[in-house]
Design a protein around this ligand. Structure first.
Ligand SMILES: Cc1cc2nc3c(=O)[nH]c(=O)nc-3n(C[C@H](O)[C@H](O)[C@H](O)COP(=O)(O)OP(=O)(O)OC[C@H]3O[C@@H](n4cnc5c(N)ncnc54)[C@H](O)[C@@H]3O)c2cc1C
Length: 325
């Protein structure tokens, strides 16, 4: 078939991840240009209706491995490796996110394939897919082609737009014998994290919280400040705090997170590392609060406040509330 296979992640209620739906749409579009077909892989307990509905995003077939747990990379590598090998898929496409990266990397190793990560665009050139990947801190774009099949393409988070095409997909149930190592981890619970549903890309005012907030509880103050602005305001985070588990990855801004351009980006306790800057430098106005006058964030801020955020942030919150009131 020589088509494109996409992994579609879902939650326990069967709702599909929006990055996965974007990847399905992208695969459907590219498959049309290649004159082939796009298909999805899903695991776990997804109803027939739920699986067929993925046809609305451009895939003609859905391979479903019902007995395989969702959310763990190695079992899904087993499923995708089998489906790719038995059906001669030329490409596997992922919508980004930590799980997509992990499965894509595992699949690459398993199949001895070529992989491109952090892809922002995919195009067709001479009947083959070429992945565009930003390099050198996003200042240049590299075109990456594949000399052998399958080629693995892992998108940057939110790189691919969701497009509803209408239609219903054929559902094919697959039995997969898991590798020994794939059964050694068990999913205990899956759940939403605080702030995971916040749409930071659509916010007009973003409070960017960094390690200077001191703890997960420190983000309460940032959330109070965002609430004081009201309307379309939200809290975002640096990778340092996401890695520390203080705030969810969905809110991470930067090279390995999201790119935003709000009207106001108010950075509290953020040093302004280059990997963070690339995700927020296009904000209309940047204001930073940092106790270190030499923090790099001040080099690209419109307004800088040198001081302790623990003193400044509560006063600023009250002042904004008073002004709004
Ligand atoms: C490959 C790669 C990819 C990366 N991707 C990303 C990414 O996508 N996004 C990202 O953000 N980072 C990313 N990083 C990490 C990045 O390099 C920085 O380590 C990170 O951005 C630092 O986060 P921070 O500013 O919260 O913490 P820190 O650098 O520790 O800065 C904390 C700041 O808070 C200030 N501060 C402390 N206490 C107070 C106080 N009481 N009042 C006021 N100010 C205070 C300090 O002066 C300091 O400037 C990446 C790194 C690598 C290597």
């Amino acid at each position: 078939m020589a088509g494109i296979l996409v992994y579609a992640l879902h939650d326990d209620e069967g709702n599909f991840n929006k990055n996965s739906l974007g990847a399905l749409s992208e695969a459907g579009k590219l498959a049309g240009e290649l004159g082939t077909e796009a298909a999805a892989v899903i695991v776990g307990d997804v109803s027939d209706d739920g699986a067929q509905a993925l046809g609305n995003y451009g895939v003609s077939k859905v391979y479903r491995a019902k007995d395989v747990p969702e959310g763990l990379a190695q079992p899904i590598v087993d499923v995708m490796a089998k489906v790719i090998s038995e059906n001669d898929f030329s490409y596997a496409l992922f919508g980004g996110g930590l799980l997509g990266f992990e499965i894509g990397a595992g699949l690459t190793a398993r199949l001895g394939a070529g992989v491109t990560m952090e892809v922002t665009k995919v195009k067709v050139d001479s009947g083959k897919l070429v992945a565009e990947r930003p390099i050198l801190q996003d200042s240049q774009i590299a075109d990456v082609g594949y000399v052998s099949e399958p080629g693995i393409i892992i998108g940057r988070l939110n790189a691919f737009d969701i497009e509803e095409t209408g239609g219903s997909a054929e559902v094919v149930d697959v039995d997969v014998e898991l590798s020994e190592w794939s059964t050694k981890a068990e999913m205990i619970t899956r759940g939403e994290q605080r702030g995971a549903d916040v749409d930071i890309e659509a916010a007009d005012v973003l409070i960017g919280g960094g390690r200077g907030l001191g703890s997960a509880e420190g983000f309460d103050g940032a959330e109070a400040l965002a609430a004081a602005f009201g309307g379309n305001s939200a809290v975002a985070a640096t990778r340092a705090v996401v890695d520390a588990g203080w705030y969810p990855y969905a809110a991470q801004i930067g090279q390995t997170g999201k790119t935003v351009a709000p009207k106001l980006y108010l950075a509290v306790g953020v040093s302004g590392a280059i990997q963070h800057k690339v995700g927020m430098q296009n904000s209309e106005a940047i204001v930073a609060i940092n106790k270190d006058a030499n923090a790099p964030i001040f080099e690209f801020s419109d307004l800088g406040i040198v001081g302790d955020l623990n003193k400044i942030m509560p006063k600023l919150t009250e002042a904004i509330k008073a002004k709004k009131g």
